[in-house]
Design a protein. Sequence first.
Length: 504
Amino acid sequence: MSQTWWRGAAIYQVYLRSFADGNGDGVGDLAGLRARLPYLKDLGIDAVWLNPWYPSPMADGGYDVADYRDIEPVFGTLGEAERFIAEVHELDIKVIIDVVPNHSSTESAWFQEALANPAARERFWFSDEPVNDWQSIFGGSAWTQVPGGQWYLHLFAPEQPDFNWASPEVHREFEDVLRFWFERGVDGFRIDSAALLYKSDTGYEDLDEVHDVYRRWREVADEYGERVLIGEVWLPDQERFARYLRPDELHTAFNFDFLSCPWDPADLRRVIDLTLATHTPIGAPPTWVLSNHDVTRPVTRYGRADTTFEHGGRLHGAPSDPELGHRRARAAALLSMALPGSVYVYQGDELGLPEVENLPDELRQDPMYARSGGANPGRDGCRVPLPWSGDEPPYGFGTGAPWLPQPESWRKLTAEAQRTDLGSMLNLYRTALAIRRDRLGDGTMTWLPLGENVLAFTRESGLTCVTNLGPGPVPMPAGEVVLASGPLEDGALPSDTTVWLSAG
Ligand code: GLC
């Protein structure tokens, strides 16, 4: 793999709790993941990104980290994590882990110390009263009172106290945490809530000081050779976004404009152009992301009459046409994999899993659900454990009852059922990733003018990608069909279909 592997990598997101359960307790773990590594190798990805695997009370699916230098016992042990890293590397796959620098867990040693000793509170945001009226991103006040009377700030759940990045100790701590894992071989970090670390009287998003943190982190990463820092940076302003990708800061950042873009040719073209215009001048590769553990699965979102991004669960439960959603998700997958840069695949999207929208309310675990008083269903519906094999739950996920129930209809969507079906979503992903490895990834693209409903572009390798977002079939440009997301009609490209063509 090249020195700058991350510029064009296909990165598979593993939501560990829901990937595969090795010990029968109903929760995914490292043993389950290690046993399924051949599946990931066969799928053809270059790297895995794991959501937080640290000891955690799981108030927010592990994004409430109690100890940054160990592994959650439900997931395994530090020794197992080290063996996992070695095994993945033997398969020539890179490992990216999540680091959560904006907040901790109320169970962390530092927060416990702060609770016990009011003189040891400078690592967090404590004050005698809430100093502003900020709301938690999960709903409710962002301030919670502790015994003794003081209040602390939490932008997310009350179990996630925000660090005070004005404290030099916090800086030292995170540089040391990065080193801890770099020394154990991880190839990079996905930085959670990367733009939120600093707070001021006026706000908390994207304060200039945050860039000093990432300049320093880049120095640390560079000491270890080719390691990568990836920002979770949701910002409306492209100029501000690009600052995180300056040559001495983060390597890449998630493209949330693409993820949240409706299934519409004009919108998609605008987002692709904007993405290229943002990244090209600074030499940073774009990323193409269709989903993750925080958003509605594409099959469900694209099957709705309204495909706008439903921030806050606004469209939860709105009717979705499964056939339409499936067709568009296939077309979107080929589009995202053909664009220049790196691409992310969220576990289960390669199986075409839909959002599970009918989970029993009492089983919902996402704090968004409870903190919104049930108004927001939360993100559990995209976190349901994967179906691997067999005809009934738990579909080979493990031996125990999965922590969230899997729908009956998933019998047709297991990895086993799809492996032998050449037309399956799984085989589309496998084939596309194999072609992508040789002919796509990092580089540039040139638009082809094929009408306003058609997104068509050529890559350096001579491969052309054409997506038809219009209502009826359109003529295809000349070339040999390399791969198509759906059936073609006598030289025409049907609606909601992507084709990859070779110049010959
Ligand atoms: C990020 C994560 C999300 C988490 C939040 C707080 O947005 O992706 O899952 O709830 O940060 O850590």
